[in-house]
Design a binder for this molecule. Sequence first.
Ligand code: DUC
Ligand code: ZN
Ligand code: ZN
Length: 476
Amino acid sequence: MPRFDTLITNGLITTAVDAYYADIGIKNGRITALGHELGDAAAEIDAEGLRVLPGGIDAHCHLDQPMGDGAVMADGFYSGTRSAAAGGTTTVMPFAAQKKGQSLRAAVDDYHRRSDGQACVDYAFHMIVTDPTETVLKDELPALIEEGYSSFKIYMTYDDLKLNDREILNVLALARREGAMVMVHAENADCIAYLSELLTECGNTGPYYHGVAHSSIGEREASHRAISLAELIDVPVLIVHVSGADTIEQIRWAQSRGLRVYGETCPQYLMLTAEDLDRDGFEGAKYVCSPPPRDPAAQEAVWEGLESGVFQVFSSDHAPFRFEDTKGKKLRGENAHFEHIPNGIPGLETRLPILFSEGVVKERIDITRFVALTATNPAKIYGLYPRKGTIAIGSDADLTLWDTSAKNTIRNADLHHDVDYTPYEGIELTGRPVLTLCRGRVVSRDGQPESDAGYGEFLACAKPQPARPRGNAKGF
Ligand code: DUC
Ligand code: ZN
Ligand code: ZN
């Protein structure tokens, strides 16, 4: 019997801290040896000339999430995770969303029904808490956190999702007690409602005005408020999908005060601007997401935040709605008011290649930071480390082999999601994941998915170490 199931030889192993040449021995889906002349294997993969990175973790994406307005997401767990695999991602973390009035447990059970037997790569769930009743706070959340759902998102906007400040304090206190990570969608709901009303009175209702209504001041204010509420409770928080300098300043300020405030950003804030929302006709609807892409100065600020360490996580925020679809972007037709255009853009498959090309190849970020942002930090922040997010003995053999000089142009026709467009059509990239393994099995090769529905396993998340409070005695 050979010592290993698979041996990966001659690659340049690259983690969040190191780069070194070694062979990787894989047995039963795990890395069991790193070194040279390791012994025989049933299969050998020659990674000469390639970089071997931990498989990507997309810690913020939406798959088959029920929507309140009749819109239907284009991707479920099958197409979404195939697409993820093709782009070098081996773990996805979408959201089990509670509807107001629904039990949180029911939302999680429903989400398992939607994902069971579907996924091509591994997956864990965040929860979305929209209705923090006494039962949710006292019974459901503590039990669910214990069972492996150790992170949840809260919203400060959207009528059917948002929490008021008192509710936010309640869930933050719960997270502190139970050791969960809280993700915050930080936008001021009243600022959005006020600006939308004014814009409507002026007849300004096209997609471009979505970006005006979702101002960066409203994003900044809500971020500052979320940070302050978290400081009051003494609990870490992570501000998701940060769009530009105003919010970055708040996070940096909090971090400089020693607060455990983390930040996430996404490809759309590096690659798109408000001009995309202003494209002819209804085309701008393809770029409607919240917060919206802003201007070139905001893009620069986001790059600077990635370089300087303000951000810990780089996710896709894949929220897939087809353009030519009356359950997608055209839910209310081609002349819809921007308020009624489903929010979100696709990006599971393009997340890693974009950051690699624009960040690593263009020397804005070091490759070790690329690994940290796209795999290691999300694993740590959401309780999957060291099983996921690194290349170490005992870790799952989730590996992505990169050809760092391959050229590729993004074409929707080549992607594997079920969306009929990509916002990144025609962008030329350098660097490409050429082989991806999840628990030792090839899940994509040369941009083509190879894994079957049901291969992906559900992952229970531990209580994350970065979610621990600073420990200030509170007296309550
Ligand atoms: N928030 C998200 O996190 N994703 C898509 C849309 C939104 O508002
Ligand atoms: Zn959000
Ligand atoms: Zn999202």
